[in-house]
Design a protein around this ligand. Structure first.
Ligand SMILES: [Zn+2]
Length: 340
């Protein structure tokens, strides 16, 4: 074989390699698109336009009516801010989803449905989840939050993930977030599921909401993911067992600190007996035993269990990178609830 033949052969082989690689990639994409189409609506959902998203957001009047002046100032990062300013700013940051973003979220939801089916989990059904995209500055730059069965996602976070999800593992936090927000929808939609989940961290759901006493109310921060203050656990405070519910508060008034750092917020343990006081987590010697330490998101049983649910569903009992959990019994409890 002369040099020309060798060159021709090499060219042929390279061409063949690219043709086969191309066919494999197209086939994989076709399978991926088919799986997305087949599974994504197993968790029924749709996407609101910016116009509908604004209307839906502003229709959550009960949420907005619970705001205190301190709360408004913290969110608007401005002393003397008004509710009208907050509503305008909130509605003004709702956006449309692009075609690619919708496809990306469909794809990630299909992965959730496939995982659920593969593990044989029986997760309560929801009629419909509505996704709304917002810039999220009024909600303190969060990646996501919920109202009812509406899931609000951070616009920048969605865009970056939809583009960079081609890199394996990039969308891991996004997937975890979807499971977390999904939990909030499930927990509202199915009280029995909520009760079972809260009991895994020693919280009991009462018949009605506890009232926030004045000392808590003046520092109270509303959290759209937490619709009720009706769950309590027994905390050991100064050697005494005291039933408390959790509330998210600022350490000082906005006027005093003029900033919006995470370190300025904390969980308050509020006695259920109506006394006008609250305890910090450091006051409760069994705080970590109650909430467990799988997550640092322990501002409310709703948030704590949303994280534990996300870990259980997304990483399973072995945990992220098979590193396990400080409290595997909570994760196993979640798996048991959806495995019946
Ligand atoms: Zn949450």
């Amino acid at each position: 074989m002369d040099n020309d033949d060798k060159k021709k052969n090499r060219k042929k082989n390279i061409k063949r390699f690219f043709r086969i690689a191309g066919i494999i990639i197209v086939a994989m994409l076709a399978v991926d698109i088919c799986l997305t189409l087949l599974f994504t609506q197993k968790i029924p959902h749709r996407y609101a336009s910016a116009k509908e998203g604004k209307e839906l957001m502003l229709s959550n009047t009960e949420y907005y009516s619970g705001f205190t002046q301190n709360d408004i100032e913290f969110r608007m990062k401005k002393s003397g801010a008004t509710m009208d300013e907050l509503l305008d700013a909130s509605a003004g940051e709702v956006r449309d989803y692009s075609f690619f973003e919708k496809h990306f979220i469909d794809h990630e939801i299909a992965k959730m449905a496939i995982k659920t089916a593969w593990n044989g989990y029986d997760i309560p059904e929801i009629d419909e989840i509505i996704f709304i995209k917002t810039d999220m500055s009024v909600e303190m730059g969060n990646s996501g939050y919920t109202h009812g069965t509406q899931i609000y996602l951070n616009s920048g976070f969605v865009t970056i993930n939809s583009i960079l999800s081609i890199f394996p593992g990039f969308s891991e936090f996004f997937d975890e977030l979807l499971w977390h927000e999904y939990f909030h929808c499930l927990s509202r939609y199915n009280p029995e599921f909520r009760e079972k989940m809260y009991s895994l961290i020693h919280f009991t759901v009462a018949d009605s909401d506890f009232e926030l006493p004045p000392s808590v109310l003046e520092r109270y921060l509303s959290n759209p993911d937490v619709e009720h203050h009706d769950a309590y656990a027994t905390f050991i405070i100064d050697g005494q067992e005291i039933d408390c519910f959790a509330a998210w508060i600022t350490k000082m008034d906005y006027a005093q600190i003029q900033s919006d750092e995470d370190s300025d917020k904390m969980v308050a343990l509020v006695p259920t007996d109506g006394s006008d006081t609250y305890y910090t987590r450091e006051c409760a010697s069994n705080f970590d035993e109650v909430f467990g330490t799988n997550t640092r998101n322990v501002i409310d049983p709703e948030e704590c269990m949303a994280d534990n649910f996300a870990y259980a569903m997304f990483y399973g009992i072995k945990g992220k990178d098979a590193k396990g959990y400080p409290n595997p019994e909570i994760i196993q409890g979640v798996i048991d609830v959806v495995s019946h």
